[in-house]
Design a protein. Structure first.
Lengths: 253, 380
C-alpha cells in the first residue's frame, strides 16, 4: 500500500488517543451507578420493536399489537426505523438474503439493543432444518437475548417474552448486545462463512467498541483483520484522480 | 458509514431519484422490497425485489415422506394456509386413488371458507392502514381472531392447522363448534354496517382508491392474474365454479365481479366474497348437522406408503387466486417432484411492476395491498 493511500486510511484513527469515551462500569462513581440503575428501570418500561417482518411469525404480531392482546398496555410499541428501535424481533426463519438485512438493521440500532428469536426456526432451523436457503441458529450471527419456542408461538407467548425481557432489563441482565462488541470476531467469522471474505457492513463495530470502551478479548481477530484488508483493497481500487463529491456536484450544475 | 465504503457516483438530476421501498418499511406487505424510481412524486419505474423469504420448498419436499409434507405445505402462505393443505392433499389423493368420505369433504369446505374470510379480513385491515385508517386494521384483526378461535377449537392451532390430510381430515369436529361458528358469523354480519361505514363509505378511501392501480381485463388475462384481482376486471372466473372440487357443485353461491379494475373495485370484490363465504358456511353447517360417517379414508401405513407412480395436478381457489400443486410420484415413499403454482407470483411481481408506473408514491403501498400478494408464497 502506498504512503499516499495510507494517509487517507481512516483505520489509523483507531490508534489515536481516545478523547471522547464513556466511563467503564468500575470507573463510574456511585452516583453514576444510581443513575444507570434508574435508566435501566425507565428503559424497561418503554420499548420499541422494529417493524421488520422477517418470516411467518409476523402474522401473530397484528393480534399482539391490536385490541385483543394489546401489547402497548405493557409499554411495547412498534417502531418503523432501526435507529429508534430497541428490540429486533426475528419472526421466524431467516433466509440468507434476509440475514444480510437483519445484520445491517441490527448494527444500525442504538445500544442498548435486544434481540428476540421468535419461533423454532431461529433456534434450530425448525421446519426448515434441511433447507439450503435458511440459517439454522440465529445466535451464531447476532447475539440473542431470548427465544420463543414453537411454531407458531401464540400471542400470549410473545407478550410473556416481552415481560421477561423487561424483568431482565430491570435487573441489568439483558446484555447480549455487549457480546457483539466483545466477541465481534466470532460473529463476523460466521457471517463471513456464509457471505464470503468480502462481506462487510457500513458500520465500524471495532471502532465503536473502542469508542465506548467495550473492547474484549474477541473483538479483533483474524476475521476483523480481513475487514481491514478489505478496506485497504477498496482504497487501492479508487483511482487517484477520482472526482470528489463536491466537484461532482459542481459539474452537474 | 466507513469512509472507504463510500463510493462517489454521478447522480442524476435531483428531481429524479430512486427509493428503496422495503423490506422493513411498514407499508410493505411482508418481507419484500420494491425499488421505485421517482420523478417528483410520480413513479417512473418500479423493480420488485423478491427472495427474502425463499426456503426452497419444492426441493425440501422431495426429501420428506408424503405424509411429512402435510406439515410443511401450510407454511407456504401464512395468512391463508388451508388451500395449500387442500391442494396438496387432493394431489396425493388423485395419485393414490383415494376416495374422501362425504363428511370430510364438507368439513374441508368449512375450513377453506373460514380461511378465506380470515385472509380477506386481514387484507382489509392492511389496505386501510396504508391509507392511514388504523381503526379498520384493529377491527379487522380482532374480527379475524374470532375465527382463529374456532380454528383453534377444531384443529388445535391458530395459524398452521395441518388438519387436512390425504384421505380426509385429521379428526371430527368437536361438539357444539357449529353453534359457536354460527355466533361468530352473526357477529360478523352485525359488524358489517360498521365496517362499511368505516371503509367502503369513507370519503378518504373513495377519493384515495378510486381509479388507482387500474388493471384492464386484457392485461389481467395476458399477465396470468387470477382470483379477486381478475374478477375485479369483470371476468367471473372462479376455480370453485369452473373446475369444481369437493362438494362445491352442491352449494349455492354467486361469483362477485366488478368492472373498473381499480384498487377500490378489488376491495369491493373481496367484501362481496366474504358475504358469499358466509352464505356457503351457513349451507355447510346445515349439511354437517345431518351428514355423518367417517372423516378419514383408510390409508396404508403412512411411514411406509409408496404412492403409486403418476402425475397429478390439483387446483384450489385461494383468497389470492388460483393455487395449484403439481405432484409427480415415481412409486417411492417420497415425492419425485412437487411444483407449486402460487397465484401471488403473477400479481405480486410482474403486474405490480407494470401498474405502479405512473402511480404516485403515496399510492404504492395501497396498490400493493389491494393486489393482496403474499410474499412467502411468491418466494416459497
Amino acid at each position: 500500500m502506498s504512503e499516499n493511500a495510507g494517509s487517507r486510511n481512516p483505520l489509523q484513527l483507531r490508534d489515536q488517543p481516545e478523547t471522547c469515551r464513556t466511563a467503564d462500569a468500575e470507573e463510574r462513581s456511585a452516583w453514576q451507578r444510581v443513575i444507570g440503575r434508574f435508566a435501566d428501570n425507565c428503559r424497561a418500561r418503554s420499548l420499541f420493536v422494529l417493524h421488520y417482518c422477517t418470516g411467518c411469525g409476523a402474522i401473530e404480531l397484528p393480534p399482539t399489537i391490536t385490541s385483543r392482546f394489546d401489547m402497548e398496555r405493557v409499554g411495547v410499541s412498534p417502531m418503523v426505523t432501526p435507529r429508534q428501535a430497541d428490540i429486533l424481533l426475528i419472526t421466524g426463519y431467516v433466509a440468507l438474503k434476509t440475514l444480510k438485512r437483519v445484520i445491517l438493521s441490527y448494527e444500525q440500532m442504538q445500544a442498548p439493543k435486544y434481540v428476540i428469536g421468535f419461533g423454532s426456526c431461529t433456534i434450530n432451523g425448525g421446519m426448515y432444518w434441511n433447507s439450503y436457503a435458511t440459517i439454522k441458529q440465529l445466535d451464531q450471527y447476532i447475539p440473542t437475548d431470548l427465544f420463543i419456542a414453537g411454531c407458531m408461538p401464540r400471542p400470549e407467548a410473545v407478550q410473556e417474552v416481552f415481560l421477561e425481557l423487561m424483568r431482565m432489563i430491570d435487573a441489568g441482565k439483558a446484555n447480549a448486545w455487549r457480546d457483539y462488541y466483545r466477541n465481534y470476531d466470532h460473529y463476523l467469522a460466521n457471517q463471513q462463512a456464509l457471505f464470503g471474505p468480502q462481506w462487510h457492513t457500513p458500520t465500524d463495530i471495532v471502532a465503536e467498541a473502542k469508542h465506548y470502551g467495550l473492547m474484549g478479548p474477541g473483538t479483533t481477530g483474524p476475521h476483523t483483520r480481513l475487514l481491514d484488508q478489505h478496506a485497504e483493497w477498496a482504497l487501492d481500487r479508487i483511482p487517484e484522480d477520482y472526482p470528489e463529491r463536491g466537484e461532482n456536484e459542481r459539474s452537474e450544475r | 458509514m466507513r469512509p472507504e465504503n463510500y463510493k462517489p457516483v454521478r447522480h442524476p438530476p435531483s428531481h429524479e431519484y430512486e427509493l428503496y421501498f422495503g423490506p422493513n418499511h411498514p407499508g410493505i406487505e411482508g418481507n419484500y422490497a420494491i425499488r421505485v424510481r421517482l420523478k417528483g412524486d410520480v413513479v417512473q419505474e418500479a423493480i420488485t425485489d423478491a427472495g427474502y423469504l425463499h426456503r426452497g420448498f419444492e426441493k425440501i419436499m422431495e426429501e420428506r415422506l408424503w405424509v411429512q409434507n402435510v406439515a410443511l405445505v401450510p407454511r407456504i402462505c401464512v395468512p391463508d394456509p388451508v388451500p395449500m393443505e387442500e391442494s396438496y392433499a387432493r394431489a396425493v389423493e388423485t395419485l393414490g386413488g383415494i376416495e374422501v368420505p362425504e363428511r370430510a369433504q364438507w368439513i374441508r369446505v368449512l375450513m377453506l371458507e373460514m380461511s378465506r374470510i380470515c385472509a380477506h379480513l386481514f387484507t382489509f385491515g392492511g389496505n386501510a392502514a396504508t391509507i392511514g385508517l388504523y381503526t379498520n386494521m384493529f377491527w379487522g384483526v380482532t374480527m379475524r381472531d374470532l375465527f382463529l378461535d374456532i380454528f383453534e377449537e377444531i384443529t388445535g392451532a391458530r395459524i398452521y392447522h395441518m388438519y387436512i390430510t390425504p384421505g380426509g381430515v385429521r379428526r371430527d369436529l368437536p361438539d357444539g363448534v357449529l353453534d359457536r361458528l354460527a355466533a361468530v358469523l352473526d357477529e360478523l354480519e352485525r359488524k358489517k354496517p360498521e365496517f362499511d361505514d368505516l371503509f367502503f363509505e369513507n370519503a378518504v378511501v373513495i377519493n384515495r382508491a378510486t381509479g388507482v392501480g387500474v388493471l384492464t381485463q386484457a392485461q389481467a388475462l395476458a399477465w396470468g392474474v387470477t382470483g379477486p384481482n381478475l374478477r375485479a376486471c369483470g371476468l367471473a372466473h372462479d376455480v370453485r365454479r369452473d373446475d369444481p372440487y369437493l362438494v362445491y357443485p352442491a352449494l349455492k353461491f354467486d361469483i362477485p365481479t366488478a368492472t373498473s379494475g381499480c384498487s377500490l373495485a378489488r376491495m369491493h370484490v373481496r367484501r362481496a366474497e366474504v358475504e358469499q363465504s358466509v352464505r356457503i358456511l351457513r349451507q355447510v353447517m346445515e349439511r354437517l348437522r345431518t351428514v355423518g360417517g367417517p372423516v378419514r379414508a383408510h390409508l396404508p401405513n403412512p411411514l411406509a406408503w409408496n404412492v403409486p407412480a403418476g402425475e397429478a395436478y390439483a387446483r384450489t381457489e385461494s383468497s389470492k387466486g388460483e393455487l395449484a400443486f403439481f405432484a409427480v410420484s415415481n412409486g417411492g415413499p417420497k415425492p419425485w417432484r412437487i411444483q407449486v403454482r402460487g397465484p401471488s407470483q403473477m400479481h405480486g411481481v410482474q403486474v405490480l411492476e407494470r401498474i405502479l408506473e405512473g402511480a404516485r408514491i403515496e399510492d404504492v403501498a395501497q396498490i400493493m395491498f389491494s393486489l393482496d400478494a403474499c410474499p412467502p408464497e411468491i418466494d416459497r
